[in-house]
Design a protein around this ligand. Structure first.
Ligand SMILES: Cc1ncc(COP(=O)(O)O)c(C=O)c1O
Length: 427
């Protein structure tokens, strides 16, 4: 931690010299993390943080867990990638089939974006239709189809497909429909207007931090079944996080397909498409006619190091009591955060679920993307900066909770909230 302290200015300078914007595209250039252990990380200056960034989610059991490290070390000495079936990948697929309700079969990729892109193509191939209905504010990776109406700046009167990046061809918009989250009536009317053209409704079952209202997922499930449209849950975040069987188990609504990522790779690049046998069969050349076959291939798909780390992570998560403790800690943190905001008299609320939550600086119900746009973003960045000074590391809009957070971390976090929120309110 101390040895690199002197090199920090030059490391940052080098980053600015060789990386666009000085970053990998994820977090601000000034945040250079050199070590992580359990619930904590250290930056290049040796400053210690309680980590709620969590590598954007994968480090659900904390950093450097000895059982994960041992599993990875054991595999390292036997080889690191083969482009062939390997025992760890096969075993991980089997663990996923046992855990995730919709999963009859599993195929691996390396990132959530890839899994989402494969799932969209699979749904299109299976139904012979091309449109995907997604929800405004939902994220499904960086593919041209995925990166639509995640964060539209000028969303217009009704939800519509708006590219979130330059370089996405105009033609892509024709095949994406966008509805407001938690609005089953809007979903129904889009389905009726686009009869026989929609391959799948693609959704985060808990969108970013916005939980589904009671009955919403059930209504979407019914509508998709009634119109022979596939329902795909993007569980890259919620998989093995909302419960061991993911959001589909937590909410009791089973999609036809889901995508998984983050937690299943134990901190290494690994993602998956999982789902119904007859749909997943389109990935198997010998099971379908040539015109229905969907090639699904990737140099590192099912990588044995990532699979070994994922297996060790999931083994720890399925120990009795893990999710109860995890949710208790999250609930405790969420209510303490609410209390701090109330006591400071700020117009704000805590949105999310115990595994991931954050403050929204706005009053009124938060049911969809547009309700979050009303929030005071400048105040949010100010609070994040004040917390970083106090040793709390988090993403711009999310606290990701790890099972490594203990009583000491909770107390320290609440003290930091109190100090930062009081300072914010006084400004
Ligand atoms: C819901 C969801 N889907 C897909 C992705 C893309 O995953 P990756 O960053 O591994 O490509 C993310 C990433 O944060 C995500 O939150």
């Amino acid at each position: 931690m101390t040895e690199s302290a002197n090199s920090s200015p030059s490391l940052l300078e080098t980053a600015h010299r060789v990386l666009p914007g000085g970053t990998f595209g994820n977090t601000a250039a000034e945040v250079i993390i050199v070590e992580g252990k359990g619930s904590r990380v250290w930056d290049q200056d040796g400053k210690e943080y309680i980590d709620y960034l969590l590598g954007s989610g994968p480090m659900i059991i904390g950093h450097g867990h000895p059982e994960v490290t041992a599993a990875v070390q054991a595999q390292l000495t036997r080889g690191t990638t083969f482009f062939a079936n390997n025992p760890q990948g096969i075993e991980l697929a089997s663990v996923i089939v046992d855990a995730v309700p919709c999963a009859d079969k599993v195929r691996f990729a390396s990132t959530g974006s890839e899994a989402d892109a494969f799932a969209m193509r699979l749904a299109r191939a299976y139904t012979g239709r091309s449109k995907i209905l997604k929800f405004e504010g939902g994220y499904h990776g960086y593919s041209d189809y995925g990166l639509m109406s995640l964060a539209p700046k000028q969303p217009g009167n009704s939800s519509q497909p708006i590219p979130d990046s330059a370089g996405i061809p105009e033609s892509i918009r024709e095949d994406i429909l966008v509805a407001p989250f938690n609005d089953a009536v809007a979903v129904e009317s889009l389905i009726k207007e686009n009869r026989n053209a929609i391959a799948a409704v693609f959704m985060e079952p808990l969108q970013r931090l916005i939980p589904p209202e009671p009955g919403f997922l059930e209504a979407v499930r019914e509508l998709t079944l009634a119109h022979d449209i596939l329902l795909v849950f993007d569980e890259v975040v919620t998989g093995f996080r909302m419960s061991y069987g993911g959001a589909q188990q937590y909410y009791g609504v089973i999609p036809d397909l889901c995508t998984l990522g983050k937690a299943i790779g134990g901190g290494f690049p690994l993602s998956a498409v999982a789902g119904r046998e007859d749909i997943m069969a389109l990935f198997a050349k010998d099971r379908v006619s040539a015109d229905r076959f969907v090639p699904q291939v990737g140099t590192l798909s099912g990588n044995p190091i990532a699979a070994a780390a994922g297996l060790a992570t999931l083994a720890i998560l399925r120990r009795p009591g893990t999710y109860d403790r995890y949710f208790e800690t999250g609930e405790k943190l969420m209510s303490a955060l609410s209390r701090c905001l109330d006591e400071a008299g700020l117009e704000a609320q805590v949105v999310g679920a115990p595994p991931m939550f954050d403050v929204v600086f706005a009053g009124g119900a938060v049911r969809n993307y547009r309700d979050t746009v009303r929030a005071d973003a400048a105040r949010m960045s100010r609070l994040n900066a004040l917390l970083k000074e106090r040793g709390i590391l988090k993403g711009e809009n999310k606290y990701y909770l790890s099972t490594a957070i203990d009583e000491v971390d909770v107390k320290q976090t609440i003290d930091a909230w109190r100090g930062a929120i009081d300072q914010l309110a006084a400004a």
